[in-house]
Design a protein around this ligand. Structure first.
Ligand SMILES: [Fe+2]
Ligand SMILES: [Fe+2]
Length: 178
């Protein structure tokens, strides 16, 4: 599966969960708590894997840098909102307002990703590379979900990446380490 389809599949799931959350009955505390947890478990591994596989590959190529950095910024914003939501949900104060903000922010991000970011990536990568990135994405996401994913898995990510990009990424990290 190409990276674009793998990511879009997750996006659909996330949008469904967010719609479910904002339509919940205000008093349905248990479903709300479970849903917020589920959204976290979908969003965070998705974003980390997307950054490792797609954004970092784009960033390694000049033409992809600004799109990738914009994506990173929106991930940080969404995760800040998610943390606010986790607190608001726990103390049962204003959670619906924050849930709506998160839903709007993610819908905007997903829309931009699927139009602008994907379009730039399609120009930068061959179909074969997009397939390899899709496989890499599916393989590392569950490991990130288990939270055993820290720096050591960088090597694994590099091993899963298309060779043309690996050299660029390696070159970059070598320069930084020196
Ligand atoms: Fe995404
Ligand atoms: Fe994203």
């Amino acid at each position: 599966m190409q990276i674009y389809n793998a990511l879009a599949k997750d996006h659909e799931k996330l949008k469904e969960l967010l719609n479910e959350l904002v339509s919940l009955d205000e008093k349905d505390n248990e479903s709300r708590h479970d849903l917020v947890q589920e959204i976290r478990d979908e969003l965070v591994p998705h974003s980390r894997a997307e950054e490792s596989i797609l954004y970092n590959s784009m960033r390694a190529l000049e033409e992809g840098q600004s799109e990738a950095m914009h994506g990173y910024t929106e991930h940080m914003e969404a995760e800040a909102l998610l943390r606010t939501l986790q607190v608001a949900e726990k103390i049962d104060m204003g959670w619906k307002q924050t849930a709506t903000k998160l839903k709007d922010a993610l819908e905007h991000h997903i829309e931009e990703e699927e139009s602008e970011i994907f379009a730039t990536a399609r120009e930068l990568f061959t179909n074969e590379e997009a397939e390899m990135m899709g496989d890499a994405f599916e393989r590392i996401k569950p490991q990130i979900r288990d939270e055993s994913f820290v720096k050591t898995s960088m090597e694994m990510v590099l091993n899963l990446m298309p060779p043309r990009l690996v050299n660029k990424l390696r070159g970059k990290s070598d320069t930084k380490a020196a």
